[in-house]
Design a protein around this ligand. Structure first.
Ligand code: ADE
Ligand code: ZN
Length: 344
């Protein structure tokens, strides 16, 4: 039987595709221009004081080479207004990418370690999120991500501080240098967060082995895995993730820029979709990796010549895998159905 040729989805339509972004580090949205502007505002001298010199640093060989620059650039975040401006700039760009709901991670320990009060970071970010629906039509949730290359004690102390100050967080995550820092290091942290009623996510299987994904599920009780691309190396794990429909928040441009995959063409996402895994597309650290979630979708559509049904599936997965209310999910799935109908 011959099939009618499938129409590739129009790039403009992909930008308008209603979607949720579930894997986003707010500190990874600091664009070079904003880094320099905040440095000037706060009287900070950066090691790379011009746009040209700064941009030259954006060539990464692995996760650690990126993290070095990512943490160094946070030096410009001093006041609540800095955190508010960074978050507002992300929301404006997310809107252009069709994001209708965003779950945003921040790295509290990275700020405390620099001598910035926890309340400065939390209140600054929260101020922008408080008006995100009115300003940009984006509902949001804030996730405190803990640094897995720091001790569990340090994470527990900061979590207790966040709880004591009633920080408006919906959950906790686990990020930073993965290899050598397995989920088993953070069992008490995740138990405490669960007890406090927080939602649980963790990076796993970005650079680390498939066993870290299994351990994040079994030892930490996470509800979503950030990245998870190395799951494809273990067919039993894939079977389980499909059966349980565990959400995997995949970040294709990040994986290319951090060289976890050689090229976008070699990315396992098409294989993951075919296997029936619950995958969605996210930008991770868009200021560092060549674009926001719309750019990730655009690059994927160009590379894999996807039709509208494929991008619709990815957007539906993102909405269903979010921690938004059932009412908000239904609303966004309705918007997605309307988008789909307009493609015919
Ligand atoms: N922190 C910010 N981006 C990260 C990533 N891609 N992996 C681990 N930790 C991160
Ligand atoms: Zn990440």
């Amino acid at each position: 039987m011959t099939q009618a040729p499938v129409e590739n989805v129009d790039p403009a339509a992909v930008a308008a595709l209603p979607k949720a972004e579930l894997h986003l580090h707010i500190e990874g949205t600091l664009e070079p221009e904003l880094i320099l502007a905040l440095a000037a505002r706060n009287g900070i001298t950066l090691p790379f004081p011009t746009l040209e010199a700064l941009r030259e640093q954006y060539e990464f060989t692995d996760l650690q080479s990126f993290l070095n620059l990512y943490y160094a650039n946070m030096a410009v975040l001093i006041t609540e207004a800095d955190f508010t401006d960074m978050t507002g700039a992300y929301l404006a760009r997310a809107k252009e990418s069709g994001v209708r709901h965003a779950e945003i991670m921040f790295d509290p320990q990275a700020h405390v370690a620099r001598g910035v009060e926890l309340s400065t970071a939390v209140n600054g970010i929260a101020a922008a999120l408080a008006t995100s629906e009115a300003d940009f039509g984006i509902t949001t949730g804030l996730i405190a991500a803990f640094l897995r290359d720091e001790s569990e004690e340090s994470a527990l102390a900061v979590l207790e501080q966040l709880l004591a100050m009633n920080a408006p967080i919906i959950g906790i995550g686990l990020d930073s240098a993965e290899v050598g820092n397995p989920p088993s290091k953070f069992i008490r942290l995740f138990k405490r967060a669960a007890q406090a009623g927080l939602r649980l996510v963790a990076h796993a299987g970005e650079e680390g082995p498939p066993s870290y994904i299994e351990d994040a599920l079994d030892l930490l009780g996470v509800e979503r895995i950030d990245h998870g691309i190395r799951a494809v190396e273990d067919k039993y794990l894939v079977k389980r993730l499909v059966a349980e429909q565990v959400p995997l928040t995949v970040c294709p441009l990040s994986n290319v820029r951090l060289r976890t995959v050689d090229t976008l063409a070699a990315h396992p996402l098409p294989q993951m979709i075919t296997a029936g895994l619950n995958v969605c597309v996210n930008s991770d650290d868009p200021a560092y990796f060549g674009g926001y979630v719309g750019a990730n979708f655009a690059a994927l559509v160009a590379e894999f010549e996807w039709d509208s049904a494929t991008v619709e599936l990815l957007a539906a997965n993102s909405i269903r895998s979010s921690f938004a209310s059932d009412e908000r999910k239904q609303q966004l799935l309705g918007e997605l159905a309307a988008w789909s109908a307009a493609q015919d």
